[in-house]
Design a protein around this ligand. Sequence first.
Ligand SMILES: CC(=O)[C@@H](O)[C@H](O)COP(=O)(O)O
Ligand SMILES: NCC(=O)COP(=O)(O)O
Length: 262
Amino acid sequence: MNPSRHPTPPASPATALSVNVNKVALLRNTRHLAIPCVTKAARLCLQAGAQGITVHPRPDERHIRRQDVFELADLMQAWPDREYNIEGNPAQNLMDFIRTLRPRQATFVPDGADQFTSDHGWSLPQDAERLAPWIAECKALAVRVSLFMDPDPAQMAAAKALGADRVELYTEPYAAAWGQPQQAAVLARYRAAAQAALDAGLGVNAGHDLNRDNLATFVREVPGLLEVSIGHALIADALELGYGATVRAYLDCIRAGMAAAA
Ligand SMILES: CC(=O)[C@@H](O)[C@H](O)COP(=O)(O)O
Ligand SMILES: NCC(=O)COP(=O)(O)O
């Protein structure tokens, strides 16, 4: 489909929304019926204005399978103004996808093969030596590199020194603190980590357990946020509201956060 014929998305907020479609694949994998369709979900999210699609093809293929990664790459060819973000551990299966598909962004996540979900970032400088060649290879392929990191200001300069373009702040601790007495203190850590990343010359992404309740505050409070990748809560909302209305609701949350920050 000619991209020029796609519906014009609403005015894009500075913070891009990348929809993670892992959980569409998880539901699909529970029957041999190819529904719900992962590429249809991605297309509907893009049509509603999502600026990107994210997948995390884990080695056990519990949700996103190799074929999904390739079919989504084909879909993204028709949306040249949107971004494809492939997440994974470069020590496992990620680099084969990067070499073959050259997505706009690769997000390095230090997950073990059988990990329940992502629950921590890289440790720098401890992980630096082994990450450096993978980062260099991605850069040589013109693939932007984002490192999944805990909100630790002290590690941001090392991420930049490694050649990373961005960091993705792991936001589960923020989501867990949402509405709790410690919310302000936790949010202050993310502000400090983002500012340290910006000071080091890194772009700032964020993700994990963001949702319609906690997103606007995070966008308002965290400086320089370029992208949020959101899957679990967004797909859960889409089961109730549909993909289009859900994506528009999340874009509204981002806009509200940007407006409050202005
Ligand atoms: C890296 C991260 O926080 C998520 O993008 C990750 O994809 C979640 O993985 P699951 O969808 O398997 O929980
Ligand atoms: N990098 C975070 C992501 O892609 C989605 O995380 P979640 O919203 O499924 O927790």
